[in-house]
Design a protein around this ligand. Sequence first.
Ligand SMILES: Cc1ncc(COP(=O)(O)O)c(C=O)c1O
Length: 466
Amino acid sequence: MEIPDWSEDLEIKGVPYIKKSPPGPISEDYIIKAKKYVTSCWAGKQCELVDGWDLPLTVRKVANSLIQDVDDNIYIDLNAGISTMNFGYNNPEIWQRSINIMEEYGVRGIFPSNDYNLPLMINTSRKILETVPKGEIYRVHYACDGTEANETAIKTAVSFTGRNCIVSFMGGFYGRTMGSLSCMAQKAADAQTFRSLRSANIYFTEGANCPNCIFCNDPEDCAGYCVEHMLKDRVLSYQVKPEEVAAFILEPYTTGGLMHPAPEEFIKSVKEVSGDNGILLIFDEVQSGMGRSGKMWTHEHYGVEPDIFTTAKSFGGGVAPLSAAIIKDEIMEELPAYHGSTYGGAPISLAGNMAALEYMQKYKLLDRVNILSDIIEKRFKEWREFDKVYQARGWGLLKAVDFRQSKSEPLIQYKDKVKTKLFKRGVITMGGGQGRYQSMLRIIPPFTIPKYQLETALDIFEDVIS
Ligand SMILES: Cc1ncc(COP(=O)(O)O)c(C=O)c1O
């Protein structure tokens, strides 16, 4: 069934549409006000148009894959709110269906979902688990955002195993609260301010960071050193005994840090080490889950069952925040009530999830992710020949272009300039990277972006980098 396009709400003059070079005068005024009154992550940082992380974008209206700013410029969004908007902004069908679901179940908005039993929660969980391979061996523990889902996973592993250490795989992003943050080694600056509060019981090993690999130059030559020598030897024999380790935590598809799916061998070896040592395997699928990678769940690509996997971002259907740690039954059988979340699993979020899952099925969105992925891949084939493009990579709609002179020479300023130029021409992208390799621009549009808008945005991208 053809997906309806409600971006027409904004499409008066064709898109992108730049009326006033951004940020225009009204935006400038809002930026001054934001700096005075707001202390969000965005306003706290640089919100002038300098080449760098944040864009000085003040939003008036959104529809599907389009964002209109307060100066009437209209942008094509290749970022989808870092995957929170997989189903497009203001999706009218999902919104209406969520309201109907809440009416059907007689619960609106929020509810003390941790205190009483909710049929809506039972039915949503059943529907979610139907999308998971071997869903019958898992249960769903709801929370509000990605970091909270990871905190849940960590607490679950520690409570279940009675062990106190975690081995975290470098390069992944796990969240900004202290437990998840303690597990993060993606950028030294993230750890710096809060070092004294970070847990000392986290040990770090090399993730599947193949484009930045310190062991081999070419994935073709991969000898699995990261698992054989680093994890098994330097970590589990030099630093911490396997029997002290509650869990491994990793992004099987490193998203914001790399946009790179781990090779199958890597995932299988990690699974073997965890299984051999009674260590739980936690996969963070906060960004890569819900269909982004081209399959519903990232671990489906590997045929490996994690003990716990976490999801967030678009999990609430773009209607309300929702995340979950999806945990094996055998673990939950053993645990008393050990963790909760006041707003986790609120009816509005559950309804958003249920409506989104129905929507995905109705419009065969996984097929669409792969169709749009092929459109991008076609361009990537040409872009790989460009001078400054080191790699253009990724599965599904989790893609990035990495600008480097060579493997060890990231072109960060060039990447920032490309991002600014794209913005000025009406295309929104987001940077990313790990360590000193902050050299990629992500291409992660909504699944619902009309093909012609994707093609137009890619034309502009191509023009800027060629
Ligand atoms: C892979 C991954 N894990 C965890 C998180 C944390 O999620 P949240 O910001 O919802 O707490 C993020 C957020 O960007 C993420 O991309």
